[in-house]
Design a binder for this molecule. Structure first.
Ligand SMILES: [Zn+2]
Length: 108
């Protein structure tokens, strides 16, 4: 299940980075004068949206990779903060959860 998740998240990171790359190219073609160029403004908006998505996807991927490492180390499903077992219901919703519900709510 975790491996499937990793494939899915990696694919998402790649897709977003490909989009970012395309956008970088169209940005390079576009006029630098963003403020007076309606298309430039659109590109900037799209750029901020995609960089946000890319950052999110990368952090998801990091979480999945960390979960896989814990799986290999035999500590998967154990809260990294208090050492208690993370309830299976929680792992179903967030397979790469690092903390039990109590610790996760404390860290926010
Ligand atoms: Zn905990």
């Amino acid at each position: 299940m975790l491996l499937g998740l990793r494939a899915e998240v990696s694919a998402r990171v790649e897709r977003i980075e490909a989009e970012l790359h395309t956008l970088t190219l169209s940005r390079a073609d576009a006029n630098d004068d963003d403020e007076h160029d309606p298309e430039g403004v659109t590109l900037s908006t799209e750029w901020s949206r995609l960089t946000g998505l890319a950052a999110q996807a990368r952090s998801d991927l990091a979480e999945v990779l960390a979960a896989l490492e814990r799986w290999d180390a035999g500590s998967y499903g154990v809260c990294t903060r208090c050492g208690l077992q993370i309830p299976p219901e929680r792992l179903e919703v967030r397979p790469f959860a690092e903390h039990c519900v109590a610790c996760a709510s404390k860290s926010r």
